[in-house]
Design a protein around this ligand. Sequence first.
Ligand SMILES: [Zn+2]
Length: 260
Amino acid sequence: MPELPDVEGYRRVLRGARGRTIRSVTVRDAGVLRGVSAAGLERGLRGRRFREPYRHGKWLLAPTDGEQVLAFHFGMTGALVLSRSDEPPHPYDRVVLALGDDLELRYRDQRKLKGLRLEDRASARRLVARLGPDAADLTRQDLTAVLEHRRARIKAVLLDQSAVAGLGNLLADEILWRARVHPARRASDLTSAEGDRVLAGTRRVLRTAVRDGRVPPRRSWLTGRRDRVHPDCPRCATPLRHRAVAGRSTYWCPHCQPEP
Ligand SMILES: [Zn+2]
């Protein structure tokens, strides 16, 4: 599932489309369009060029040289691919933008849970304003404001995009394992030292994951162990525990992350 590092990877893909004229817009499956029709998408984009794209949380925004901003949310299975025009389309390519004569930007998505919106500049700003600070730019002050007064479980708070934008299920578990904080702790109960460790874990995990364009399943990471038949802690080899926390499949080490 695309989280901040994956979307950052798609931002790099989209940068490859900068300055190229969108010659045609082909909607192969309108099930990924949100708040815009296929005709409206074509009207807004054809003949335009993409400017520098930006990301906030899991949203990727592609301003054009007109008033329109193309906004992507990748849901569970979305991806953005820059292909040569002569490469055959993938069965899950839902929207194809022809760029110049030889390139295509393809929005690929199996499950179509989210997709593409076409916003004007002001509504694109409002879209981002509803989100919390981007997890990659999180400051200690941001985190303090997010944690205090919240009785929800820390994992639920990290997943709440209006609190912190960009974290998904894998990142939240990885960060809490690094911070040695149990995922079911109440956010407001975290000590200052635990808050410091959550922030340090967020920065460290994101630095590596953004470079990789995904949450890497390294053996030294919780993410690299969670899909094993008998997952154990990379730090202390204790068998990991697993249950739903905040409605999501959650792994933690009962030794490193003691129960509240
Ligand atoms: Zn452990």
